[in-house]
Design a protein around this ligand. Structure first.
Ligand code: NI
Length: 385
């Protein structure tokens, strides 16, 4: 595929940068080493660098030949709390932390575009490179926005991308309009009464109560929501107890809700609250529902979705850059930036079959120059006079 020649020439260096990030992953808001390398490389290449935006976020500003529009490109830098089992020679050296979502590659691709654009400057306006911390549910985009990201660096359009091991290699997809789900994270604390396990009559067993509540929660999506409405309510954690012979006094249920329609999301939150109150009353215990709205629904601008596909088509071939028809129930906090500035977010398929967030996740590094080329092409096509 015709990746930009000059980027192909330093593809080996991009691979080294990515492997170094992969070996040294950092969790959200702790990307000190990663953002330090980003800032150092951008400075070396002649890009104006601003650090500490959204704690560990970095913004690079590169002016072209003068006049023109300002285009923002964004990559995420954080890793996940996963023990890596990939057996790669450059696997994580930090126990319990792994780049299992390929954000090491996203950061590298944006660095590749920055280097090429700094060397060539074949555009009129300004490129803004946004290196974001904490995409994995820890509010990195919101932290950068709270630090006045787009007031300090006003952009006319913004673009982001994600690698996709489940997509055809070299395929770029954009879903115009609503593309990825909004998401809440929640904790439900069942505060009951502990006792000796041999004397359950002296307790109000929070495990039995929580089990009943988990079963009731399944009725919300299946019985209260229109079957045609895409919504997910998943309980993903239950924590209670510390001994075989003790009925604990607290059980905590945690999980996530994914949605597209805000009114439906409100209805789900309301039903969770009602079920918690009902079960609390039935068992005469206290149940607390703590809900956080983490991700907005990601909405791609329809016209700029086409713009992104056209730029990507120049790199991967127009037959491989196509509109995605279906929405994803996964979430992405670039949605918060897209609420502030119009833009689009694409996926780039690669030669891997192990899913994102798996402890053996594998990223085909041949997409590094592809992603860098697409980003560079967006600036050359859009940061025009
Ligand atoms: Ni990701």
């Amino acid at each position: 595929m015709p990746i930009i020649d000059r980027i192909a020439d330093f593809a080996g260096e991009l691979t080294s940068i990515r492997r170094d990030f992969h070996e040294h992953p950092e969790l959200g808001m702790e990307e000190v080493r990663t953002s330090g390398i980003v800032a150092r490389l951008l400075t070396e290449w002649g890009v104006e660098v601003h650090t500490g935006i959204g704690k560990t976020g970095v913004v690079g500003v590169l002016k072209g030949k003068g006049g023109g529009r300002t285009i923002g490109l964004r990559a995420d830098m954080d890793a996940l709390p996963i023990d890596e089992r990939s057996n790669l020679p450059f696997a994580s050296k930090t126990p319990g932390v792994m780049h299992a979502c390929g954000h090491d590659a996203h950061t590298t691709m944006l660095l590749g575009a920055a280097r090429y654009l700094a060397e060539t400057r074949d555009f009129a306006g300004t490129a803004v490179f946004i290196f974001q911390p904490a995409e994995e549910g820890l509010g990195g985009a919101r932290a950068m926005l709270a630090d006045d990201l787009f007031t300090r660096f006003p952009c006319d359009e913004i673009y982001g991308m994600h690698n996709n091991p489940n997509g055809a290699p070299g395929h770029v997809g954009v879903k115009p309009g609503q593309a990825m789900a909004g998401a809440d994270f929640f904790d439900i604390h069942v505060r009951a009464f502990g006792s000796h396990a041999a004397m359950p009559q002296a307790s109000k067993d929070p495990i039995v109560i929580a089990a009943s509540l988990v079963a009731q929660l399944q009725t919300i999506v299946s019985r209260n929501i229109k079957p045609t409405e895409p919504i997910v309510l998943s309980v993903t954690q239950i924590h209670a107890g510390s001994a075989y012979n003790v009925i604990p006094s607290v059980c905590t249920i945690s999980g996530t809700m994914r949605y597209f329609d805000p009114e439906t999301a409100d209805l789900v939150r309301q039903r969770i609250r009602e079920l918690c109150a009902g079960i609390a009353s039935a068992y005469n215990v206290e149940i607390e529902f703590d809900n956080r709205e983490i991700f907005d629904v990601l909405v791609n601008d329809a016209a700029l979705s086409d713009v992104m596909l056209e730029a990507a088509g120049e790199i991967v071939g127009s037959e491989n850059a196509t509109v995605t028809e279906t929405v994803k129930m996964g979430s992405e906090d670039f949605s918060d930036m897209l609420r502030a500035v119009p833009g689009a977010y694409c996926t780039v398929g690669h030669e891997g079959t192990i899913p994102l967030h798996n402890d053996a996740f594998y990223l085909d590094e041949s997409i590094l120059p592809v992603g860098a080329s697409i980003y560079a092409k967006l600036i050359e096509r859009r940061a025009t006079a």
